[in-house]
Ligand binder design. Structure first.
Ligand SMILES: C[S@@+](CC[C@H](N)C(=O)[O-])C[C@H]1O[C@@H](n2cnc3c(N)ncnc32)[C@H](O)[C@@H]1O
Length: 424
């Protein structure tokens, strides 16, 4: 955004920069809806050809193509003499996809699966008018997190699988897994990362802790790959259940950025208990510091869905604070580079009693009950994101709840947790 001080020129520039975001968004989505990347691929066409191929209204179509060019989505080829082709004066301009769009959708125009998927989810969230939402509009099909509907769970894990190995490759640049005997992968997806680690580290025992349905996926994957001897799935809800103990390392990959700070603090407390002395905590997340637009877009998409908590995308300083408050010493921080958006944080468990987690006042916990209906969520769903305010009530949950909790309903547990809090 344009930088202060806010004189007339900069204020106007900032205002139009803001609206230009809306224009770019509308142009981008229309370009995807009309399959322009697939039509143009790595080639070029002139405006008349494109209008004919797409079957769109010629006058509006030409203006649309020009606007796509201004937005940076289409490159306009120069005239044979190198000069700029002018609409209306010269022959119809020839366009091709800009390097940015080719990077998103590939040279054949068919790539970018995750970009398309997230756009679909985001557009659904955008359809709700914000003022109505703020006045309590009820949603017929709220996104639930963690997903309740089996189809949504599969979709979430399709999303995660699509980048799991690339994310693990980033973690492996900074973490030497050969030094560990037992690794606990909290919220470890469908086990894709666990399987890769299994193959690379023949001594490593890996426990994936996840909700019941994804745990079934982990177990199926391990069975299918004959890896069940060193990959175990434990089903539970980390909002209410303790984590399995006795580990040299506990990993949160793309998990904490789904949850609000108070739940993350609770999770780090649980990780502390699940680690042996001097055990390592591995965190791999997109941080607010390096991903401000991403954070804004995701946090905005969470507003309609009450399962999602407040301030899921956190800056490094907040992670540092949470680690300190839960009995960890920072070992190293590895900010993203051009290959990734993720930051890898490594910390060591200190043998100090961490501060006890602050209980949430009962009134506040009650207010955090999910209000959304449980209807099987829209297929427009799931983020690699998370839940919630519901989660806030978790911060008072008893650590003693058994992890056989596997199949139990989070809402019921949250209610129990609140009762605990009231007792306290
Ligand atoms: C964004 S995915 C990350 C998956 C994997 N760690 C990765 O990086 O590919 C978040 C994972 O956390 C799990 N999860 C979400 N809420 C959970 C909860 N309350 N208890 C246990 N696992 C949970 C989801 O099922 C999912 O597998």
């Amino acid at each position: 955004m344009t930088t202060p001080p806010w004189n007339v020129q900069k204020t106007e520039a900032a205002y139009y920069e803001l609206l230009a975001g809306g224009a770019r968004y509308a142009l981008f989505t229309s370009m995807c809806d009309l399959y322009l990347p697939e039509i143009l691929k790595g080639g070029e066409k002139d405006a008349e050809e494109l209008v004919t191929t797409l079957g769109i209204a010629p006058h509006r179509g030409r203006k649309w193509l020009h606007a796509l060019h201004l937005a940076g989505f289409l490159d306009k080829l120069p005239l044979p003499d190198g000069g700029e082709q002018i609409n209306g004066l010269d022959a119809p301009p020839r366009y091709r996809l800009s390097p940015l769009i080719r990077s998103m959708f590939g040279e054949d125009g068919y790539g970018g699966w995750f970009f398309r998927e997230f756009l679909r989810y985001y557009r659904t969230a955008l359809l709700y008018p914000l003022p109505n939402l703020l006045y309590g509009m009820q949603l017929a099909q709220p996104v639930r997190y963690p997903p309740l509907d089996p189809g949504d769970n599969h979709l979430l894990h399709d999303w995660m699988r699509s980048a799991a190995l690339a994310t693990l490759a980033v973690i492996r640049r900074y973490v030497d897994f050969s030094r560990y005997e037992r690794l606990l992968d909290v919220g470890g997806g469908d086990g894709t990362m666990a399987l890769q680690l299994y193959r690379s580290f023949p001594e490593l025992l890996i426990t994936v802790f996840n909700m019941p349905q994804p745990t079934d996926m982990v177990q199926e994957l391990a069975l299918k790959n004959n890896a069940w001897d060193r990959i175990g799935g434990i089903a539970g809800d980390f909002r209410t259940d303790p984590l399995p103990g006795g580990n040299n390392a506990v990993m949160f990959s793309r998990v904490l950025a789904d949850w609000p700070p108070e739940l993350c603090k609770r999770l780090l407390h649980k990780a502390h208990k699940a680690l042996l002395d001097d055990g390592h905590l591995i965190i791999c997340e997109p941080l607010y510091d390096h991903n401000q637009d991403l954070s804004l877009v995701w946090e905005h998409s969470y507003v309609p869905y009450d399962d999602f908590g407040l301030q899921c995308y956190k800056p490094l300083s907040l992670y540092e604070r949470l680690l300190k408050e839960t009995g960890f010493e920072l070992i190293s921080v590895h900010p993203p580079d051009e290959e990734t958006i993720h930051c890898v944080i490594l910390a060591r468990r200190l043998d100090l009693p961490p501060e006890p987690p602050a209980p949430i006042p009962p009134g506040e916990a009650a207010a955090s009950e999910p209000t959304a209906s449980e209807t099987a969520a829209s297929k427009a769903v799931v983020s690699g994101a998370v839940a919630s305010d519901a989660a806030a009530s978790e911060t008072v949950a008893s650590e003693t709840v058994a992890s056989e909790a596997a199949a139990s309903e989070p809402a019921a547990k949250e209610a129990a947790a609140q009762q605990e809090a009231v007792k306290e």
